[in-house]
Design a protein around this ligand. Structure first.
Ligand code: FNR
Length: 204
């Protein structure tokens, strides 16, 4: 005999890397994060990040360019966002802040509102993007997003942490595991266990 039951559906996070550099450590970091993600969470990277133009409020109100509309839709459809950011001049890279300003439109009704977000970053310095991530947290107050508070993932001395693309630092690997577990928990907290988080399955 079969009957319909519900089970937790797979969660989906859209990922953004705030670097356009070919050999980006943050891209390597995200590649490892995708590999380490728990079974219940699918993380996929937004593929057209390099095509996002400079933010223009007039254009945002008239109708955003195609790549921006795609990014906005991807964020709206996702259960969460995963961001791997570099730090430039003690701050958030312009390309990342620019994309977030586009996604934040329209203010008060954007895909960022209430969205769970996991932050991380890699840098050759000993602070590993702490200041850039702190600035991002402040911006996500403005967008009323829910950033996972802990653990914070700062991949310091990034030039020593990867071998053939694999993150070799076990401390960072453990922190990433905990960050993703906490992200899943946050998603389930902010999106109550209704039809959005479950799927019908045929059971014997
Ligand atoms: C940097 N870098 C840097 N690193 C850091 O930890 N704090 C900082 O304030 C800065 N500032 C900074 C400014 C500019 C203009 C550049 C080009 C670089 C170094 C930066 O972390 C390094 O280039 C990373 O490798 C960039 O990240 P990806 O591209 O490897 O992901």
């Amino acid at each position: 005999m079969t009957s319909d039951v519900t089970r937790p559906r797979k969660l989906r996070a859209v990922a953004i890397v705030g670097s356009l550099r070919t050999d980006s450590y943050n891209q390597l970091l995200l590649d490892n994060v995708i590999r380490l993600s728990p079974d219940e969470l699918d993380i996929y990277q937004f593929p057209r990040f390099a095509e996002i133009p400079l933010f223009n409020e007039d254009q945002a109100r008239l109708g955003p360019p195609e790549a921006v509309a795609e990014l906005q839709a991807a964020v709206r459809a996702a259960d969460a966002i995963v961001i791997a950011t570099p730090e430039y001049n003690y701050g958030v890279p312009g390309v990342l802040k620019n994309a977030l300003d586009w996604i934040s439109m329209p203010p008060g009704n954007s895909g960022l509102e209430g969205k769970p977000i996991a932050l991380m970053g890699a840098s050759p310095s000993i602070l590993g993007t702490a200041r850039a991530q702190s600035q991002l947290r402040q911006s996500f107050v403005a967008t009323d997003s829910h950033v996972v508070n802990s653990p914070e993932v700062f991949v310091t001395r990034a030039h020593t942490r990867f071998e053939d693309g694999v993150l070799t630092d076990s401390g960072s690997t453990k922190l990433i595991g905990r960050l993703l577990d906490n992200l899943v928990q946050l998603i389930r907290t902010v999106e109550p266990a209704d039809v959005r988080l479950t799927e019908q399955v045929a059971a014997r």
